[in-house]
Design a protein around this ligand. Sequence first.
Ligand code: ZN
Ligand code: ZN
Length: 294
Amino acid sequence: MRLGFHVSIAGGLDRCIQRARIRRCTTLQMFTGAPVQWARTEISDADGAAFAERLAALNIRPHFVHAKYLLNVSSPDPALRLKSVEDLAIELEMARRLRATGVVLHLGSVGAEGTIAEGIERVAEAVNTVCERVPEGPSLILENSAGQGNIVGARFTDLRRIIDATDFPERIRICVDTAHAFGAGYPLHTEAGLQATVSEMAGTFGFDRLALLHVNDSKVPFESGRDRHWHIGRGEIGREGMARIVNHPRLTHLPFIMETPGTESDDITNMRRIRRIIRRENRPPLPPLPNDLR
Ligand SMILES: [Zn+2]
Ligand SMILES: [Zn+2]
């Protein structure tokens, strides 16, 4: 098991690493620029390589890139779709330079009038385009949604259909976000519900494809169809529910990334909370807080 956060890259790659160290991360997820702006500064191959070397030296691995929130590869608007696919291709190239495992992608909304079937087709097309553009690069990691605003990927079967519809199934991996799954109606807060959810993962996209878990509690109720991340054990999934998830024998080998809200000190508290609910035999060693950060 590896534990980490989505950490900000504001101020540059060195600051990103510093943030990960302060939070005692053993894995991390990052944006490669501002998530709500199209403009971006490219990361050079040399800077990306140096970043990866530094992370490896600190035993922070694997690391993941998360695509911008602006992207909507399922949009009914062809202009936005095109722009999203263009940016996703650049993201994949940035992830390659950073030696990241993959790019975590929200599958986008088909809008009020659209159907999920249309969305599945559009995501598959986007995957084909960017994989042709950046061959042999990092994986594209499709993230499940809460279903809010007709965002594609609320059902694991939808993720399976996308895999089957692309020409590059070997490039696709999956990220399950616990808060999104809970919002979408997967009852992973109960013992039987978690078992059923895990079985459904195995039976749809398959465990080998699961690259990481986004471990978030939920501020909004079960099956709300909404997506509001909350602090570990303090939300509607709750401490007991979160404890069962992070100790589930089919999940403990995965990197766990928290995307909980708040400040640095909230993150430090969430790291303490998650460590407390993870059984000792599964818990990774706590990286020392380096002298310069003490
Ligand atoms: Zn996400
Ligand atoms: Zn997530």
